[in-house]
Design a protein around this ligand. Structure first.
Ligand code: PLP
Length: 392
C-alpha cells in the first residue's frame, strides 16, 4: 500500500452514487447519511452542478488569480447577497478558509490573541490546529502557535469574564460538528457577539460544516441573528468540488490588499462554476424551508422512536445535522448500520452523526429512522439484559 495510513478506512469501496444512494463494488446500496461529511448537500452527482462544471470544462479549466475571473465574481455575489458580509476570498478547503480568517483578523486588528472553544474543530494546518480545542489533533507536533486559548463551549459566563485587550478575534462554531454535534445556545452565542464588541475584536464564525443550507438557513449564524465580521465556508460549497471561502465585512478590505494573501488554485473557474450552481439551488427560500421542515420532522421521529431506548442519551442538532448521543461507544452501532445499508459518521466516541443530503426525501428519512431503530435495538440487546435493563 502506497498511501500514508492517515485514515482508518472502512472496508467499503463505493463506486457510484445518485441522490442519497451510493453503491459499492459488490452492488450493495446504502442510504448515504454522511454525504462525504456534509459535502454532497445536493446529493451525489447533482445534474445542475454536473452541467455547470461540464459547460465550464468546455471553455477553460484554470486561470490564475492574476487575471479577471468573472466566474469567481458571480460565485462571490451569491455568498454576499445571502449574508451580511461584503467580500469573499476563495481557497480550497475549510482549513484554508480559517487560516485566511486568522491571518486577516491579526492583520486588521494588529492584535494576536485568538480565543476559540474546547472540543472545537477548525482544521489541521498549524494555525487552524492551534485554534482547534482538542489535544488529540495537536499531539506530536511540538510547539503550537502560542496565541490561542480555549474557553468552555456554551458557557456565557466564561465569555463574559474575558478582559484581554490584546484579542484579535473570537472564533466559534454555531454547532460544534466534529466535537459531538453540540448546538451553541443563543445566550452563549449572543455573549460571544457582545464580548467581541466590548474587546473591539472580530467575531469569526466557522461555518465549514454548518453552512450552505445544512441547518435550514444559508448559514447557521442566521438562526441567531448574529453579526459576524468573518464567516468561513467549504465542504458543501462546491457539492464535492474542492473549494473554500472566507467572507468578510467591507471594513476588512484594506487589510487583504494586493499581495497580502493568495493561492494558486483558489476559486478557479471550474470550482466557482460548481459554487454558483450549488448556491443557485440551495440559497432559495422554499428549498431552505424544505430543509427546516424535513429536519424538524426527522428529529421528532427520531425522538419518538429512539429516545425511549436506555442506550440513547439524547438527540440534538438542527436542520439536517443531527447527533444521536449514546451512553456507550457509537462505533458498533455505526458498523451495524452499515451492514443494514445506512451510512453514518461518528462525532466523538459516543455520537452518531446524521448528515443526509439536503435533497433527501421523506421516504428516505423514514427508511433511515427504521434502520436506526432496528440497529439500536440490536445493539442494546447485545449490551444489556432485556429483562433487568442492567448491563450484561
Ligand atoms: C467546523 C470545521 N472547520 C474546519 C474544518 C476543516 O475543513 P477541511 O477538512 O476542508 O480543511 C472542518 C472539517 O471537518 C470543520 O468541520
Amino acid at each position: 500500500m502506497n498511501l500514508f495510513p492517515t485514515y482508518k478506512r472502512f472496508p467499503i469501496n463505493i463506486v457510484s452514487g445518485k441522490g442519497t444512494v451510493v453503491t459499492d463494488e459488490n452492488g450493495k446500496d446504502y442510504l448515504d447519511f454522511v454525504s462525504g461529511i456534509a459535502v454532497c448537500n445536493l446529493g451525489h452527482c447533482p445534474e445542475n452542478v454536473k452541467q455547470a462544471v461540464e459547460d465550464q470544462m468546455e471553455k477553460i479549466w484554470h486561470v490564475s488569480n492574476l487575471y479577471q475571473l468573472p466566474e469567481q465574481e458571480e460565485a462571490a455575489s451569491w455568498l454576499t447577497r445571502f449574508t451580511e458580509l461584503d467580500h469573499v476570498f476563495f481557497c480550497n478547503s475549510g482549513a484554508e478558509a480559517n487560516e485566511a480568517a486568522i491571518k486577516l483578523a491579526r492583520k486588521y486588528t494588529g492584535k494576536e490573541k485568538i480565543y476559540s472553544f474546547k472540543q472545537s474543530f477548525h482544521g489541521r494546518t498549524f494555525a487552524t490546529m492551534s485554534a482547534t480545542g482538542q489535544e488529540k489533533i495537536q499531539q506530536g507536533y511540538g510547539t503550537l502557535l502560542p496565541t490561542f486559548e480555549y474557553l468552555p463551549y456554551n458557557d456565557p459566563e466564561a465569555v463574559n469574564n474575558l478582559t484581554d485587550e490584546n484579542t484579535a478575534a473570537i472564533m466559534v462554531e454555531v454547532i460544534q460538528g466534529e466535537g459531538g454535534v453540540i448546538p451553541g445556545s443563543s445566550e452563549f452565542l449572543q455573549a460571544v457577539q457582545k464580548k467581541c464588541e466590548q474587546l473591539n475584536c472580530l467575531l469569526i464564525i466557522d461555518e465549514v460544516q454548518t453552512g450552505i443550507g445544512r441547518t435550514g438557513y444559508p448559514f447557521a449564524y442566521q438562526h441567531h441573528h448574529l453579526d459576524p465580521d468573518i464567516v468561513t465556508s467549504a465542504k458543501g460549497l462546491g457539492s464535492g468540488f474542492p473549494v473554500g471561502a472566507m467572507l468578510g465585512k467591507s471594513k476588512l478590505k484594506a487589510s487583504f490588499s494586493a499581495g497580502a494573501h493568495g493561492t494558486t488554485f483558489g476559486g478557479n473557474p471550474l470550482a466557482t462554476a460548481a459554487v454558483t450552481a450549488t448556491l443557485n439551488t440551495i440559497f432559495n427560500d422554499s428549498f431552505l424551508k424544505g430543509v427546516r421542515d424535513k429536519g424538524a420532522a426527522f428529529k421528532q421521529t427520531l425522538e419518538t422512536k429512539l429516545a425511549p431506548f436506555d442506550l440513547v442519551e439524547t438527540i440534538r442538532g438542527q436542520g439536517l445535522m443531527i447527533g444521536i448521543v449514546l451512553k456507550e461507544a457509537a462505533m458498533p452501532l455505526l458498523q451495524k448500520l452499515q451492514e443494514l445499508g445506512l451510512m453514518t459518521v461518528l462525532a466523538g466516541p459516543n455520537v452518531i452523526r446524521l448528515l443526509p443530503p439536503l435533497t433527501v426525501t421523506e421516504s428516505e428519512l423514514n427508511q433511515a429512522s427504521e434502520l436506526l431503530e432496528t440497529a439500536i435495538k440490536q445493539y442494546q440487546d447485545s449490551l444489556y439484559s432485556q429483562t433487568t435493563g442492567s448491563k450484561k
